[in-house]
Design a protein around this ligand. Structure first.
Ligand code: C2E
Ligand code: MG
Ligand code: MG
Length: 724
């Protein structure tokens, strides 16, 4: 047996394989170190002895060290937990410290055993991280099962990545059809700073799309490729980032980008799990896509079989991308009073109408119009290859309104509808489908409000509207500045040939245009409501005129005043009439009112009430322009009219057309049978007059006898007792 010499404690200390040292509790200086410590930390014995234990600690841990020293018990073995030490090379290691106070060379010292547990700690950290990532993966997989909507799934995936996965930011960007550009679809956590678009191609998400594989950066600070973003990212605590392409079929559909506050997190194990996660998301996308392809309804409207809003927008996007530089108009078309039609004729009739509209638009227009039903009673289409914006308006009028203005057959009835449209032009009104769509919607709303047939989004395109607004303004001024004047056209009794009454017809003495007739402004006045003050002015002007004639000793004849449909529904009207007549002292026998057939047929019940109330004032009532509407005389029996005025369009034909003669004859006979007198309007020739006489028409009005005249000329005519 070989002789062995007894190992001294000193030798044991030196040779023990775990780093050990003794340090002075007061100065913290190393008093002794063993070989393992020298080897492990890289300092020589002399270097160690020149250091204090504080020199081993990263600055961040010093406060903890000092607190520990102060509070530590002085006489027991102590496990003071895991600390971080810095070796001579600067590397950080995790050490588990056991220590015991002792007296060394007469000084209060501490004996320390520093067990390097770096590997264990890192493994634990990694396991904890991986656990989070696995939790994330399982959370996302359960979301995939649960959520049937792409956007909602992406949102949830981002939320999970920050909440479960511990990432500071997660976002998913959709790759656009060009395969290059992206737009953000979902986002959670801290907002990624906006960087300059010209840097986009360097951004990891863009690189992931191009390279069709994950691009990870484990240390933003030192990664040269991330240099352009460094300033934005590092300052916000973004330390590492990775982008995962989501690939369906051959196409990169989207990119998932994860940002971490911890450098080096994207190691091989973590990337493996995250790649799996991206794969699962891609699979879900594939699934959604399939489901959508199978589901026709995702892209088509079931009722009309036209594309729906989504397909319309998709196609529009394609068109804008591939259409080059030509101008494109997005047109939205809406029906007037569709809900009313649904109410009165029933939903199934409303549906049938939509189907017929769909057919006219879908089959009646060229394919390139990209017609769609985008919901309810709104249709959309595109007009492309336009040279000027105005062309869109012309095309719309000709092709679309041309088709929709033809009557529809519904429930065996002929039904006419009115439609309005809003237009937005690419590129002037927007560069993408969504914006153009939104702007066309706004234009449509304006068209509905203003009563225009169609309006462009950009007001400068709306020449018609501008003209209308100018006219409306001018009408207002005309009213305020007394530019209106009443003319009077005599009505002649056929048996006697004498003037028996007059029709009051408004004229506008326009300062620049001269005398303007009512056909040029009454319709607009009706639409804008200006007809009310104008109508009130007419009633007053006529009553004042009769008062002047009476005061001047003229021969008085009743005067007929035209009332528009808009005025009739005004309850104020009766008060205005009664009080105006009273103010001028005009008797009921001197006033007559003319209403058109359409005015009463629009709302027969209400018209009956209004007409009865008018009649109660004691005035006479005439049904104007008879024959131009769709009603029959029999239908008009319910209304208390004293006169029927046959429209000029029938009168002008009576000499030459057998049909017109027959119609006039029938009107006259029927009116007489119902106790009404008949006036023929617009008698211009002797031949027409002769026919009317033969048919026993009661009165005539027309250029043959006299044109409408200013008040004094009319007065002169009456005074002269001119006869037919
Ligand atoms: P209306 O009530 O049917 O008036 C008769 C129209 O026929 C008048 O046109 C008159 O000038 C025209 N006329 C009369 N005889 C002849 C003829 O022999 N040949 C031809 N070619 N035309 C003839 P005007 O004055 O241009 O008025 C047009 C319409 O404007 C009127 O049709 C009436 O509906 C409306 N209107 C006129 N004044 C007023 C008014 O004060 N208030 C309202 N609400 N409407 C008015
Ligand atoms: Mg009239
Ligand atoms: Mg008339």
């Amino acid at each position: 047996m070989a002789q062995t010499h007894d190992t001294s404690f000193d030798e044991l200390f030196k040779a023990y394989p775990i780093p050990m040292w003794v340090y002075d509790l007061e100065t913290l200086a190393f008093m002794a170190v063993n070989t393992a410590a020298i080897r492990h930390y890289g300092f020589s014995e002399a270097e160690f002895l020149a250091l204090t234990i504080a020199d081993l600690r990263p600055a961040a841990e010093l406060p903890k060290l000092y607190a520990n020293l102060k509070n530590a018990p002085r006489d027991t073995l102590e496990k003071s937990g895991t600390w971080r030490h810095r070796t001579k090379s600067g590397a950080l290691i995790d050490v588990e410290i056991s220590s015991h106070p002792l007296s060394f060379h007469g000084r209060a010292c501490k004996f320390v055993l520093a067990h390097d547990v770096t590997d264990r700690v890192q493994a634990q950290r990694k396991i904890a991280r991986l656990n989070r990532v696995y939790a994330l993966l399982s959370g996302i997989n359960s979301a995939i099962v649960r959520i049937r909507d792409r956007d909602a799934l992406f949102k949830e995936a981002c939320r999970l990545a920050t909440m479960e996965g511990g990432f500071v930011t997660a976002c998913i960007d959709m790759v656009e059809a060009d395969g290059l550009h992206m737009h953000n679809d979902a986002h959670a956590g801290r907002v990624l700073p906006q960087h300059a678009p010209e840097l986009d191609e360097h951004w990891i998400a863009n690189r992931a799309v191009r390279e069709r594989q994950v691009v990870a950066c484990n240390d933003i600070e030192s990664d040269a490729a991330m240099q352009p973003f460094h300033k934005h990212l590092h300052a916000r605590g973004f330390r590492a980032a990775a982008s995962f392409p989501l690939i369906v079929g051959a196409r990169v559909i989207a990119v998932l980008t994860l940002v971490s506050g911890i450098p080096d997190v994207f190691d091989a194990d973590e990337l493996k799990v995250l790649n799996e996660l991206a794969g699962d998301l891609s699979f879900a996308l594939l699934f959604f896509d399939r489901e959508e392809q199978l589901s026709y309804l995702a892209y088509y409207d079931a009722m009309t079989a036209l594309p729906n809003r989504r397909l319309f927008q998709d196609r529009l996007t394609q068109l804008l991308h591939h259409g080059g530089t030509s101008m494109v108009a997005v047109v939205l078309i809406n029906l007037d009073r569709f809900s009313q039609l649904n109410d009165t004729m029933g939903r199934h009739t409303g549906d049938a109408l939509l189907v017929q509209i769909g057919e006219r638009l879908g089959h009646g227009l060229p394919d390139g119009f990209n017609v769609a039903r985008i919901g309810g009673d709104t249709f959309a289409l595109t007009l492309d290859g336009l040279a000027r914006g105005e062309e869109a308006g012309e095309l719309l009028q000709r092709s679309v309104f041309g088709a929709l203005d033809q009557p529809f057959q519904l429930d065996g009835q002929e039904v006419r509808i009115s439609t309005r449209a809003g237009l937005a032009l690419y590129p002037a009104d927007g560069g993408d489908a969504e914006t153009l769509f939104k702007h066309a919607e706004a234009a449509l709303k304006n068209a509905k409000l203003s009563g225009e047939r169609y309006l462009f989004y950009a007001p400068r395109m709306n020449a018609a509207l501008a003209a209308r607004m100018a006219l409306e303004h001018a009408l207002q001024t005309a009213l305020e500045e007394g530019q209106f004047e009443m003319y009077y056209q005599p009505r002649v009794d056929l048996p006697s040939g004498r003037i028996v009454s007059a029709e009051a017809l408004i004229r506008w003495n326009h300062p620049q245009l001269g005398v303007v007739g009512p056909v040029d402004f009454i319709a607009l006045a009706e639409e804008t409501g200006l007809i009310r003050p104008i109508g009130a002015w007419v009633i007053d002007a006529v009553c004042a005129q009769i008062e002047r004639w009476r005061d001047g000793g003229s021969v008085l004849v009743p005067v007929a005043i035209n009332l528009s449909a808009v005025q009739c529904v005004q309850t104020e009207l009766l008060n205005i009439i009664a009080s105006t007549m009273a103010a001028h002292g005009i008797g009921q026998e001197l006033i007559e009112f003319e209403l058109t057939e359409t005015a009463v047929m629009n709302n027969p019940d209400e018209a009956t009430r209004n007409l009865r109330a008018l009649k109660a004032l004691g005035v006479q009532l005439a049904l104007d322009d008879f024959g131009t509407g769709y009603s029959s005389l029999a239908q008009l029996k319910r209304f208390p009219f004293d006169f029927v005025k046959i429209d000029r369009s029938f009168v002008s034909g009576v000499g030459s057309s057998a049909d017109d003669g027959a119609i006039a004859a029938a009107i006259i006979a029927m009116a007489h049978s119902m106790g009404m007198k008949v006036v023929a309007e617009g008698v211009e020739t002797q031949a027409q007059l002769d026919v009317m006489r033969t048919l026993q028409c009661d009165e005539i009005q027309g250029f043959l006898f006299s044109r409408p005249l200013p008040a004094d000329q009319f007065d002169a005519l009456v005074r002269s007792d001119k006869r037919l």
